[in-house]
Design a protein around this ligand. Sequence first.
Ligand code: PGA
Length: 250
Amino acid sequence: MLPKLMAANWKMYKATAQARASAEELCTLLPVTPEQREILVCPPFTAIAAVAAVFAGKPGFLTGAQNLYPKEEGAFTGEISPDMLKDAGARWVLTGHSERRSLFGESDAQVGAKTAFALAQGLNAVLCIGETLDQREAGQLEQVLARQLAAGLADVPPSCPPVCLAVAYEPVWAIGTGKVAGPKEILEAHALVRRLLCEKLGMSRELRILYGGSVKPDNASEIIGLDNVDGVLVGGASLQAESFSRIVRA
Ligand code: PGA
């Protein structure tokens, strides 16, 4: 079994000095990586190098990015390539986060292109999927997740090593709202994602499925203990090193 992936998405928070300080504090609070845990921090682009420098030589501490553009280089003003992310020290990247989809109009096909290109260029990827409240209430959970997974992984071969790819199930209605999906909803959605990944897409059973959406120190241990939950993706509660370290140890 792969270690649980405990991921922090710092979104558009923290300039370099703050990011470095948070990364250092995290290392102090977690002098050794807890057993069966990997820690992934995704700061803004400008702070990737600083965080990667703090984590250098610390086993189990990984640095990632929050987005990429699926081209090697070119006239793409404002965008960033996988090589540039690797150059800064990132080894992972998030694709398809719901804020990218809803605020920046990323389509399923674009998310799929980003995921496949990131992997092809040697980054590891966390593909984020999840339904809105309207979709859930309309009984479209399976349809939405199946569509996002199929498109998100359309060009990812089933032979992709499970250590290189993770899927984060993040119900949109639970992101940044303080509303957590209950254990029943998480179990049901994660079992569904596992089934779609294995049976429909032929992916490895070992692929990690993370839960995201208002994960906090006081609900993390229940969530991480559920079947098919192989890690978490944490926004708000990852900004403070103290609170994120408690989640990592959950
Ligand atoms: P949240 O964000 O933990 O603040 O709900 C999760 C995410 O956006 O990945």
